[in-house]
Design a protein. Structure first.
Length: 131
């Protein structure tokens, strides 16, 4: 479901049939909406300070996380020609240097919440629902 429907020829669309084409188009639309929503709202900002982070420092952690999310993660998810698959988001986060001002334990806590919420598997669930 990564290729654009605008690249589908009339012949290919006819072979698929209207119903299949419509199902694919709707699934792609839902996936795109979910991607934009995830990119727009940095997950886990409500996580409490980790054991190694004070309440005062935690505000810096949240600010660093938010900046990192917008500068690195959201940009990758929303890239117009090569968007990051949501299933690779955690890998991107964990392989990136720790954002300035962020406690490593707080980043891990935010990642843990993302894993628990299972938001990054939404594309796979949509595809499975279509199949």
């Amino acid at each position: 479901m990564t290729s654009s429907l605008t690249n589908t020829t009339d012949n290919e669309a006819t072979q698929m049939g209207f119903k299949v084409y419509t199902i694919i188009a709707r699934a792609k639309e839902v996936m795109e909406r979910e991607r934009r929503a995830l990119a727009a709202y940095p997950p886990s900002l409500l996580v409490s300070a980790s054991f190694s982070c004070s309440a005062r420092s935690h505000s810096q952690c949240k600010e660093a996380w938010s900046g990192f999310w917008w500068k690195k993660v959201a940009r990758a998810i929303l890239h117009p020609t090569n968007p990051l698959p949501l299933t690779q988001t955690l890998q991107l986060i964990l392989e990136a240097p720790l954002p300035n001002g962020m406690n490593a334990a707080c980043r891990q806590a935010m990642v843990d919440v993302m894993i628990e919420l299972d938001e990054l598997e939404i594309e796979e669930r949509i595809i499975e629902g279509v199949i």
